[in-house]
Design a protein around this ligand. Structure first.
Ligand code: SF4
Length: 345
């Protein structure tokens, strides 16, 4: 594998990311073509959630910013603007990598001030995106959490998590480990266009199956349910049926929301692929980032009824080891996103 040092001025990038040094690289392989990695040495890695009292978790670790999974609707796009980076293609292709995340986490967990609170991962961008295959930060992070018996949860769309199965099992022996996989729909056409960089939904459900088979209960965050494209009763039924067949211990639906950053990018995509829906979206999201409550309630009710019908829940296998991660609980909806705003996958 070849590293190509690009000629980004280190001083400019340092100011941009607020760190001491930035090394910018590309990899000359098909899977990373067109992707630029900005390697930084972060000053801290455990972040306190703004407005934590209203959130289901208080502390997060995010080793990456930007995400090559490139979901058009991604709620985290706005956070790239805090780095003066583009929230569209830039979010998909300019990836910030906190290369010292494992050592920094180990150090912070050793601090006498740290009380061993739950740490949520995958709350901003996917920690098992493709870059993780190259940088391998998560094994060190999980090992640190295991060694400190510190409870944690991971939310992901990445099948790469199975690489770390042994570590997850080791951690689950000494602390609470909650895993959730995000699968909003199983429609392949929709997947190819709206989540172009992600593993296929059925591959993600294979992850659920494998984790559950190994005794780590795994929930599914059914997110996002995309209005008019992924919300037909037949689509909901097919998705919940597939989730049930994977052995998921829970399913939590979440309707698409379109905050600034994501909204513009999604609307452009909608205009290209489904122009006849643009007006309907304008009406549905006329009040802001969220679909109306009546619509959200309808989807939630439908999914819960289907979950009952297909038997997803505590009676299923793996339930005795089930840990429902905070990141799988209903999404908090703060009104003013900040730089460290949680986005959830
Ligand atoms: S929704 Fe999640 S997986 Fe998709 S681009 Fe955003 S962070 Fe990555």
């Amino acid at each position: 594998m070849r590293w190509d040092n690009l000629s980004e001025p280190p001083t400019g990038d340092s100011a941009l990311f607020g760190t001491d040094a930035v090394v910018t690289r590309t990899f000359d392989t098909p899977e990373f073509r067109g992707i630029t990695f900005h390697e930084v040495r972060a000053r801290s890695i455990v972040n306190r959630v703004p407005g934590a009292s209203r959130m289901p978790f208080e502390w997060t670790v995010n080793p990456y910013r930007g995400c090559t999974h490139a979901c058009v609707y991604c709620f985290a796009r706005k956070t790239h603007s805090y780095l003066d980076l583009d929230t569209g293609l830039g979010f998909d292709s300019q990836i910030v990598v906190k290369t010292n995340a494992p050592e920094l986490l180990r150090k912070q967990l050793s601090s006498p001030h740290w009380q061993g609170a739950h740490i949520a991962m995958g709350t901003n961008v996917d920690c098992y995106q493709r870059a993780e295959g190259r940088y391998e930060l998560m094994p060190g992070i999980i090992a640190a959490l295991r060694d400190h018996a510190n409870p944690f949860s991971i939310l992901t769309k990445g099948t790469l998590i199975l690489r770390d199965l042994d570590l997850l099992l080791q951690a689950a022996r000494v602390t609470d480990v909650g895993i959730s996989v995000s699968v909003g729909f199983t429609d392949r056409e929709l997947w190819r266009t709206v989540e172009p960089g992600t593993p296929a939904p059925e591959r993600r459900l294979d992850v659920v199956r494998t984790l559950t088979d190994h005794g780590i209960g795994c929930g599914v965050l059914m997110a996002p349910v995309i209005p008019f494209l992924g919300d037909h009763p037949d689509q909901l039924r097919a998705t919940v049926r597939a989730i049930a067949a994977s052995g998921a211990t829970s399913v939590t639906p979440l309707v698409l929301h379109l905050r600034p950053g994501a909204r513009e990018w999604f609307t452009q995509w909608l205009d290209r692929h489904h122009p006849h829906l643009v007006r309907r979206y304008e009406r549905l999201y006329a009040e802001g980032a969220y679909a109306p409550k009546w619509y959200q309630r309808r989807i939630t009710r439908q999914v819960h009824e289907l979950a009952d019908e297909f038997g997803i829940g505590p009676a299923r296998r793996g339930a005795s080891r089930r840990v429902t991660p905070p990141s799988a609980q209903p999404h908090p909806q703060p009104s003013e996103p900040g730089p460290t705003q949680l986005t959830l996958l």
